[in-house]
Design a protein around this ligand. Structure first.
Ligand SMILES: [Zn+2]
Length: 344
């Protein structure tokens, strides 16, 4: 039985660092593990300009606990982006790409894209600059069930984007369905991030008769067992198209309530790499963890792989139930639950 595992230092290609006091409390948890993180731009005032990106990057890096930690910022795409600034910022690597939130699909997405046809210029620029389009792939409409949003997004919007921009590289973020996994596997120029919680929870862990568990509620919502198994399979078999994106997304406990008006997001940064390792161990795939955690992401993003080696040990521990500091209190995913792997 493997007791210790050494791998290249990972990166996290999807994290929410939020702002102000929250940012200062949580950043050290992600920089504890990762050398680079993509910091999602859906802050209260979304990151839509190069100046905002520069400021946000420097605030996050100042709050990290490692000198060489790097925050990478995608531009929050709106219907009315300043295309000149966007294009220059991509050229100067101030933006790693563009993040597409369909309007009202998740936290702080009210300024998201209302119709993809309005942002064809943005796609054109990303394709020309060989930069990534990151997509929150959910089609939001009154007549689409919350569990079917990913499928509808793929069949409708994503098909249109791919047909018109065949060389555009796309990351379908937090893939949550077997359908999404199959789509990524069978198409060119598209990869996917997978969260730990989508490989650990199903809808039975979230939705009850008259209430929900707000700490397991996220967007996209977790789905059925067949989806969970497809995601585990995609992450653990040696497939170059999937990599880490924890979507660690903290909310103060007072913003969580047991109904559907609760804020969506699961905070996993305290134990995310350990959870991924546990999943790979359960799937008898520890030999492919490094590929998923530290190689596939940089390869898809055309960035160098990290040189530093980190070591995990099989040694059980219990993450604290909450992250509590200053006036912040966040429920930790897997708080008070046993985890069998620990980063040394
Ligand atoms: Zn997210």
């Amino acid at each position: 039985m493997i007791k210790k595992l050494s791998i290249r230092q990972p990166d996290d290609w999807h994290v929410h660092f939020r702002e102000d006091e929250m940012l200062s409390v949580i950043t050290k948890h992600s920089s504890r593990i990762n050398r680079r993180c993509i910091a999602m731009p859906n802050t209260t005032i979304p990151i839509t300009t190069s100046n905002q990106a520069k400021n946000y990057k420097s605030i996050i890096e100042k709050n990290s606990n490692h000198k060489n930690f790097e925050a990478l910022i995608p531009c929050y795409i709106t219907d009315n982006l300043d295309l000149h600034d966007f294009s220059n910022a991509l050229k100067q690597n101030l933006f790693i790409g563009g993040k597409l939130y369909p309007v009202n699909s998740t936290t702080n997405s009210s300024l998201g894209v209302s119709d993809i046809k309005k942002i064809f210029k943005v796609f054109e620029i990303l394709e020309k600059e060989d930069k990534m389009l990151l997509i929150h792939g959910e089609k939001v409409s009154e007549d689409i069930n919350i569990f079917d949003r990913e499928k509808y997004y793929i069949d409708e919007d994503l098909q249109i984007i791919r047909k018109n921009f065949q060389n555009l590289k796309i990351v379908l973020e937090h893939v949550s369905t077997a359908y999404g996994v199959e789509y990524i596997k069978s198409n060119k120029n598209i990869a996917g991030t997978i969260t730990p919680h989508h490989m650990l929870l199903t809808k039975k862990d979230v939705f009850f008769d008259n209430s929900i568990n707000p700490h397991h509620f996220c967007m996209p919502v977790v789905k059925d067992e067949k989806d969970l198994l497809a995601l585990r399979n995609a992450a653990c078999i040696n497939n170059t198209k999937f990599f880490i994106g924890t979507d660690s997304a903290p909310h103060h406990v007072r913003e969580k309530s047991e109904n559907l008006n609760t804020k969506a997001g699961i905070f996993s940064a305290v134990c995310s790499l350990e959870l991924y390792t546990e999943i790979f161990d359960e799937e008898d795939s520890l030999n492919t963890l490094e590929q998923f955690a530290s190689i596939n992401g940089p390869n898809f993003y055309n960035l160098p792989k990290n040189e530093r080696i980190i070591t995990l040990e099989k040694n059980s521990w219990y993450p604290p139930e909450f992250t509590e500091e200053k006036s912040i209190k966040i429920k930790n995913f897997f708080g008070n639950k046993k985890i069998n792997w620990k980063l040394l």
